[in-house]
Design a protein around this ligand. Structure first.
Ligand code: FRU
Length: 571
């Protein structure tokens, strides 16, 4: 049953499971109408184990509708992390042909048919391997002049009869459908499985030929698959966790996979590499349409902040191999509660948007809420931007959050004198978003002044009458940001460390913040997303006051806005 803590810490605009234990986001895909969120799920209790795939759908990425479990634990093992793709043209041949489906002139033949035609004398497995080999080779050399086989969503002339499942009628007609690719895990073996959906993602049926990829390994997991248009094949990114290797595989039918290359060990190894991802990301400004590839690799345990964290590399991908541009390794977050991010497949406008598990393996099974555990981050859009040294870094900002804003809380602030503060009441029981753009004025002296920072500090604090406070602050001398959750009293744990920091722009006393606070979650986006800090927070009592304080310098507030955030359904 639900305890007080279960209610108090339940976020309003972040996804959390009604009961049980949730970890990684899986199968993130937009199918033309619905955003799917599958997730690692133990329906039997608030602890990791008996891993199934839970499922929810949304039309805005904030208001979620729970759906039945999509993949179960079986005798073959637990259903570990994975992804989903839209096999629109039934290249996999997993989708049964409909009686009214007549072959259309110029219709796409399945990879299996093509392979059989090209290499009739070879066994089926070898045919597929040869096809991957041959097409990759031709396409990379630009030798294949065939028109792109990838059809746009909905332009397939073959219309399918409506399924009784309520979600399906909205789906554009297609010959194929949604396919999940995931790991079946036993203590002895981790192998890759595929499952297809006859009903727009509600049910996932295991392919009889599973596993589709088995290298006889016990730490080989978390496949993320995407369609690589230039080489007209699916590419799988998967990890050999303990060896700290990201492996790339290619396939034309999702059933046969050919090894393409390996990346790593690289960056921070930690104990295990987990949940890799590769996305082509827009580079801001400069040349319109410029893109680079970003390889995300989650590591656990052994992250610099402790436990779980995600690192990323920026580079190029040619359809076979990822080549980093430089030797830089960077983390997606300066807090410690953003892990196992997955980017959405098929996002409108090819935007890169991800959701991560807002948690850390160090304490996720011991959090104060009991009947349910696990929260996802809000969706975050990723772009690449040059930092002050000229390196391409990711910038992450809330995706489509504006739609949730209710009328701003009336409160204005344009200037704060040294050693002064202002405060405003927070709405009870609501998620809030705070926008701030601040400069610290020069205090005219570089001598240290007491304990409050040589050149001034600006502090945003969320507090209550019981003396608890959560602060986000900027130090004007070192140009660093902090996040301090140590003065909240609802949860203590040796690994639940209190403070985190991030270096912003050296020498710049101006910074901006976008802060989202929702029950047990805090997400801080600084300088248009160049620094992001994500933290679970457990105040023993609700936070009721927001205050702004400044020490040793005056602050000019160029912009300030405070919005309650509400799911569109709740209005
Ligand atoms: C990451 C992870 C994955 C694995 C899953 C099991 O958090 O350990 O590597 O597939 O969780 O639930």
């Amino acid at each position: 049953h639900e305890t007080l803590a279960d209610k108090q810490y339940r976020p309003r605009i972040h996804f959390s499971p009604s009961t049980g234990f949730m970890n990684d986001p899986n199968g993130l895909i937009f199918d033309g109408r619905y955003y799917h969120l599958y997730y690692q799920y133990n329906p039997f209790g608030p602890y990791a184990g008996h891993v199934h795939w839970g499922h929810a759908v949304s039309t805005d990425l904030y208001t979620w509708q729970d759906l039945p479990i999509a993949i179960r634990e079986t005798e073959a093992g637990e259903a570990y992390s994975g992804c989903a793709v839209l096999d629109r043209d039934n290249r996999s041949g997993l989708f049964p042909p409909r009686t009214q489906d007549k072959p259309q002139p110029g219709s796409v033949e399945t990879a299996a048919q093509k392979a059989a035609q090209l290499f009739p004398s070879l066994p089926e497995d070898e045919q597929a391997r040869r096809l991957v080999d041959r097409q990759s080779h031709d396409l990379l050399k630009g030798a294949n002049s065939s028109p792109s086989l990838l059809k746009e969503l909905g332009d397939d002339p073959v219309s399918r009869e409506q399924s009784p499942v309520p979600m399906s009628p909205a789906l554009p007609p297609m010959a194929g459908g949604l396919v999940a690719i995931y790991t079946r895990a036993t203590p002895q073996r981790q192998t890759q499985y595929i499952a297809w959906s006859p009903d727009g993602g509600q049910t996932l049926k295991d392919y009889e030929g599973n596993p589709v990829l088995d290298i006889g390994h016990n730490s080989f997991r978390d496949p993320k698959v995407f369609w690589h248009a230039p080489t007209e094949k699916w590419v799988m990114v998967v990890v050999r966790s303990r060896e700290h290797k990201v492996s790339f595989y290619g396939s034309f039918d999702l059933k046969h996979w050919m090894h393409l290359s390996d990346f790593g060990p690289s960056g921070i190894t930690g104990v295990d590499y987990e949940c890799p991802g590769l996305a082509e990301v827009e580079v801001e400004g400069e040349t319109p349409g410029e893109k680079r590839w970003v390889l995300f690799v989650s590591i656990n345990p052994g992250g610099p902040q402790g436990g779980s964290i995600t690192q990323y590399f920026v580079g190029q991908f040619d359809g076979e191999r990822f080549t980093p541009d430089d030797t830089i390794v960077d983390l997606t977050d300066f807090g410690k509660d953003s892990y196992a991010l997955q980017t959405y497949e098929n996002m409108p406008g090819n935007q890169t948007v991800y959701v991560a598990w807002l948690d850390n393996w160090q304490y996720c099974e011991e959090l104060p809420n009991k009947s349910w555990r696990g929260v996802m981050t809000i969706p975050r859009k990723v772009v690449l931007r040059r930092d002050t040294s000229g390196w391409l870094r990711i910038a992450q900002t809330p995706y489509a959050l504006e739609a949730l804003r209710r009328p701003a809380i009336p409160f204005t602030l344009s200037r704060l004198e040294p050693q002064s503060s202002r405060q405003v009441s927070l709405p009870t029981g609501e998620a809030v978003e705070l926008l701030l753009d601040v400069s610290l004025e020069d205090r005219g002296s570089t001598l240290p002044d007491g304990d409050h920072g040589r050149a001034g500090r600006f502090v945003v604090a969320f507090s209550n009458h019981q003396g608890e406070s959560l602060s986000i602050g900027f130090d004007g001398f070192s140009c660093q940001l902090w996040l301090d959750r140590s003065n909240l009293h609802g949860f203590t744990h040796p690994f639940f460390t209190g403070t985190f920091s991030s270096a912003l722009v050296p020498g710049s006393r101006r910074f901006n913040l976008r802060i989202v606070l929702d029950a047990c979650t805090l997400e801080v986006f600084a300088n248009e997303g160049m620094s992001v800090g994500t933290a679970l927070i457990y105040p023993a009592n609700p936070l009721e006051t927001l205050s702004f304080q400044v020490t040793n310098a005056a602050a000019v507030i160029h912009q300030m806005a405070l919005y309650p955030l509400r799911q569109t359904m709740d209005r």
